[in-house]
Design a protein around this ligand. Structure first.
Ligand SMILES: [Zn+2]
Length: 483
């Protein structure tokens, strides 16, 4: 899964609030009991069956947004329609003849209320079950929570809704951490968070600063974990647009106050007591201690935006991430035959040795070039028109040094050097060297004999070939071309 990214570019709080256009024909939901009781009690209250005639509670005021720890809810099916038919209607046209059958028939189901959170505020949708039927996700369609189910349910049916808790708990931890870290970075340095993303392994938040040092990251991490230890309560509340816009909500973050005209409220506000108060529709931990720990991993500069991404893990991910890192480190240490603690020193030592080996190997290669060149010079002086060198392995430097050593004699004797490199009789590389005019004359025949393709100028023609077995034939072709 790609990171689920939220950007502060539009009226994103709309996702959790009722817009004027959506409210017009739907009466306000009746949730007085839930709104006035502490969230721990709300999950108990919520187990009462909502009558079939009840109006669906709208996004922004769903049970999951009142009590993020409610895992199940007894409610009733309000409406159910096949998803494909609805989509076709939306397109306003049907294909001629038989209708295309979707790979999987899905159903849009609206319930009295739900514990399955639709996506919003940067948090991906939950999944779960409705009356035992898998719920793949919930779409927020003009404020209505539409559960995408794999089977239909008749309107009026009493059902139990259950959220997939492990996924939700993880999402709440990453999302709540974003609130906390955003608030601390704003307070400490005045850096605004411009976007955040919830990834499968790690998450990030993007700070609007071109520079964010490792020391600042450590300071931010320490402060964030102090806030976790403090066990600060996190509570949602609902306010009128007027209260939000006029600053009547105590401690509300400045960036939260500019509500667009389309929002009519109630506006959901989430408070991390004494740390941050912000408009948000997502689900959050009830208490910062539930975050367990926050680990900021690294800072990544986003050069073209003048921003810095801080990658992090929180909650249960800290333990699983540490477990994964430890497992890989153990495997590596075992291969290096040292304890994990000495891995870096061993790596440095190995790197130093590798460099020494490389130097020694280059010196040896030059010696070999010298010896080879000696023999080849004798043969060229004796009148051979083309000489062949076959090597199982040789890098470009080796070939270049050999050709350079012979260049003067090749020019004087109007002769060619063919170097063919590779193991076996199939794939390899080749180089034809000598006076430019001769190389041009012979290159085509040489490439053909080696089943190769090449290019070059200034007395060099190099390329890859498929038929190393044709080396002698290529040499003969070169001689023939010169005749
Ligand atoms: Zn939030």
């Amino acid at each position: 899964m790609d990171a689920f990214v939220w950007r502060r570019e539009g009226p994103w709080w709309l996702e959790g609030s009722r817009a004027a256009s959506a409210v017009a024909s739907i009466p306000a939901p009746v949730t007085p009991v839930l709104a006035s009781v502490p969230s721990r009690v709300a999950s108990i209250v919520a187990s009462a069956v909502i009558p079939a005639s009840s109006t669906p509670v709208r996004c922004g005021e769903l049970l999951c947004q009142h009590d993020s720890y409610a895992r199940t809810l007894d409610t009733v099916v309000v409406s159910c329609e096949p998803k494909a038919a609805q989509e076709a209607a939306a397109k306003g046209k049907k294909k001629g003849g038989a209708e295309a059958v979707p790979a999987e028939q899905l159903w849009d189901v609206v319930l009295g209320n739900t514990v399955i959170f639709p996506e919003g505020g940067g948090q991906p949708s939950d999944c779960g079950t409705v009356g035992g039927v898998p719920c793949l996700r919930v779409d927020n369609v003009d404020g209505l929570a539409k559960h995408v189910l794999t089977a239909p349910l008749a309107p009026g049916t009493p059902v139990t809704v259950a959220v997939e808790w492990a996924r939700r708990e993880d999402h709440m931890a990453q999302h709540s951490t974003q609130h906390l870290v955003t608030a601390i970075a704003l307070k400490k340095w005045g850096y605004e968070t411009t976007s955040w993303g919830l990834g499968e392994q790690t998450s990030f938040l993007e700070l609007g600063t071109p520079e964010f040092t490792s020391a600042q990251m450590m300071e931010l991490e320490t402060a964030a974990n102090e806030a976790v230890k403090a066990g600060t309560p996190v509570t949602p509340s609902w306010h009128s647009v007027v209260a939000v816009n006029e600053g009547a909500v105590a401690g509300l973050r400045k960036s939260s106050k500019a509500l667009p005209p389309s929002v009519t409220g109630p506006v959901r506000v989430v408070s991390f007591e004494g740390i941050d108060t912000n408009t948000c529709c997502g689900t959050h931990v009830q208490n910062t201690a539930r975050l367990q720990a926050i680990k900021l991993l690294r800072v990544e500069r986003v050069g073209n935006k003048g921003a810095c991404r801080v990658h992090y893990v929180a909650g249960g991910r800290v333990v699983s991430y540490l477990g994964g890192v430890y497992e890989r480190a153990s495997a590596l240490a075992s291969r290096m035959n040292v304890p994990i603690e000495s891995m870096l020193e061993r790596y440095e030592e190995n790197a130093r040795k590798a460099l020494e080996h490389e130097k020694a190997s280059k010196a040896l290669a030059l010696e070999v070039v010298g010896l080879l060149a000696e023999g080849l010079l004798q043969r060229l002086t004796a009148g051979e028109k083309a000489v062949l060198v076959r090597r199982a392995a040789a890098d470009a430097d080796f070939v270049k040094a050999l050709a350079t050593a012979l260049d003067e004699t090749l020019a004087a004797k109007q002769a060619l050097l063919l170097v063919v490199v590779g193991e076996g009789e199939g794939e390899g590389t080749f180089t034809l060297a000598g006076p430019p005019a001769l190389v041009d004359v012979a290159s085509g025949a040489v490439a053909q004999a080696l089943d190769g393709r090449g290019g070059g100028k200034g007395g060099r023609y190099q390329g890859k070939c498929q038929k190393l077995a044709g080396a002698s034939e290529a040499l003969a072709a070169a001689v023939a071309a010169l005749a």
